[in-house]
Structures are given as C-alpha cells and as structure tokens.
Design a protein around this ligand. Structure first.
Ligand code: COA
Ligand code: MG
Length: 291
C-alpha cells in the first residue's frame, strides 16, 4: 500500500543558486532536493556543497522534507559530498545512478563513519542495471524512497522522450513493483518542458494513475499541478466517505459486498478509501504546518 507521508511534489534546487535555496523555505513543496549533482557545474561543486550545508544547518524549512542529492562515489566529489551531508543532517540523502544495493551500503557506511546519525537514503533509479536490480536495491536498509531519473534513463536506453512514455513504461513499472514490494515511497521523473502546463498536468495524472506518490519537479511553477493532482480530490473524498458508510451498513446486515454508484465495494475498497482519507488528513496537517 502507498505510504501516508505526503510526497506529492519534490522540487530539485540547484545547490549553487542562492536565490533558489532562499526560496526553499517558502515554496509549497512537500519535499526539497538540494542538488549537488547534475544541476551544478564542475566549477561550482565546492561552492554548492558549502551553500547547501549552510542552508540545511540553518533550518527553517517547516514540515518540508529536506534532502541533499550528492554526486556518485565514482566521481571526484562524491566522498566530500557525503561527508558534508553527514554534517548537514538532512532528512534524507539522495544517491544518484544506483546500479546495485552495494552502492547504497557503501554510501550508508560513509555517512555512518562521518556521524550522520539516522539519515534516510533515497535511491535514484536511472540506469538500466539499476532498474534490473530494483528488487534487490529496494530491499536495502535505510532506504525510504525510489526516485525515477527518467532523463538519464532515456539517454542510457538510447530512447526518445514521447508524450505516451512508452520508452520508460517498463522501467517505471519494475521500479513501482520493487518499491511497493518493500514498502517504499516512489516518485516519478521530471517533466522537462517547464512552461507546458497542460503537458505537465497530463504527466502528473498518468503518474498518479500508475501508483506514484508524487513527482519530481524542476521549477516552482510546476508545484501547483503536482500538489493538486497527487492529492485526493474533493470528489474522491466524498465517494470514499460514502463507500465507508455503505460498507458499514452492509456489514451490519451480515453481508460482505456493498454497491455505491453501481460499483462494488468490498474490504479492499474500504482499505483504499481509508488510506485516501488518511492521506488527505496528512496533507492538510502538512499544509497547516507550512503556512
Ligand atoms: N528551485 C527554486 N527556485 C527556482 C527553481 C528551482 N528549481 N527554478 C527557478 N527558481 C526560481 C528562480 O530563482 C526565480 O526566482 P525569482 O524570480 O524570485 O528571482 C523564479 O523561480 C523564476 O525562475 P525562472 O526565471 O522562470 O527560471 P530560470 O530561467 O531562472 O530557471 C531552470 C529555469 C530550468 C534553469 C531552473 O528552473 C532550474 O535550474 N531548475 C532545476 C534544474 C535541476 O535541478 N536539474 C536537475 C534535476 S533534473
Ligand atoms: Mg540523473
């Protein structure tokens, strides 16, 4: 079953852009991914690392989940990034280009050695090997969330981005299965055309229908659509409440199946309805805390 902590929107913020980091404390994002990896050029890596550590240590993010995306350990920056992340103590450290569970174990060991405490890990799923190893990766300890890196994946597959997303459908499905099998959250990849609102809306809807908890985003203008689409709508909540009432009445009569709006309501639908209501409550609580 999906998790209840809201992760409708996770906004990437380039670690070297002071203006973006400054906005992090006020933007309506459920999660922030302060990026040291691909949104930061080689000449800015050290400055970005310092700025991100300072920002996280300064706090003030309210209920927003704060994560740092480090460079991979195979790069010249990975080791120092992990040490800095240990010092900053975000809610989670996002590990890019995870190929196998050992990549996460190694990152965890380095974070431990640097005294990071109980920081969680998020794994970027963006390489063919990583997707094929999703089942083993998702079983890693301290892992809380899988993040689809669809831009890298499309590149590695030699594929092309299409509106229908057939090029990533298999990978998305495999990672969703792995995440749910191990009780993890999972976030969909970014929508690159950040000025195309209709396209983003459709991508969010498709992602939600597939089972994603939310979407990773690249621009603040994308937050509204993701927050709205990945939240239960009023109509959904109204239906969920009617399903619960109808099911209780059916149960009182000693029967197992209710009918609402011409559709059956069984045990499992009741669980889904309850989860939906719990999610809406969690979102309301988070939004009240962020205001
Ligand atoms: N996080 C926080 N703030 C952001 C932001 C982000 N990802 N992207 C833009 N903003 C801010 C800008 O700083 C600007 O703030 P201001 O008007 O208050 O000064 C405002 O939003 C409007 O920005 P805009 O001019 O529309 O965009 P831009 O041309 O400055 O930047 C991008 C466009 C795509 C380059 C930028 O959004 C970006 O770098 N996104 C992140 C990319 C990334 O992280 N990639 C790696 C993961 S795929
Ligand atoms: Mg990537």
């Amino acid at each position: 079953m999906p998790q209840t902590r809201p992760r409708r929107s996770a906004l990437y913020m380039p670690g070297a852009k002071a203006r973006a980091l400054e906005k992090a404390r006020t933007l309506p994002a459920d999660a922030l991914i302060l990026d040291l990896e691909d949104a930061v050029g080689p000449s800015e890596k050290d400055a970005a690392r310092r700025m991100v550590v300072e920002a996280v240590r300064a706090g003030g993010f309210g209920p927003r989940e704060v994560t740092i995306r480090v460079n991979g350990l195979e790069t010249p920056w990975g080791e120092e990034d992990l040490e800095a992340a240990a010092e900053a103590r975000p809610d989670a450290v996002v590990i890019p280009k995870v190929d196998r569970p050992e990549d996460l174990a190694e990152a965890a060991a380095r974070l431990d050695a640097a005294g990071a405490g109980e920081v969680a890990l998020w794994a970027m799923m963006e390489t063919p090997l990583g997707v094929l190893n999703a089942r083993e990766i998702a079983a890693a300890s301290r892992l809380a969330c899988l993040v689809m890196g669809t831009n890298d994946l499309v590149k590695e597959l030699g594929a092309e981005h299409t509106a229908e997303r057939a090029e990533v459908a298999t990978s998305l499905g495999i990672c969703l299965l792995a995440a749910r099998a191990h009780g993890l959250a999972i976030l969909d990849g970014v929508y690159n055309a950040f000025k195309d609102r209709e396209g983003l809306e459709a991508a969010c809807r498709a992602g939600r229908a597939m089972g994603f908890d939310g979407k990773t985003l690249i621009h603040p203008d994308q937050l509204e659509a993701a927050n709205r689409v990945f939240a239960p709508s009023d109509a959904e909540l109204e239906l969920a409440r009617r399903q619960l009432t109808a099911f209780e009445e059916t149960r009182a009569k000693g029967e197992a199946v209710a009918v609402v709006d011409g559709r059956i309501v069984e045990n499992l639908h009741v669980e889904t309805a309850r989860a939906l209501i719990a999610k809406a409550d969690a979102i309301a609580k988070l939004e009240a805390g962020a205001a």
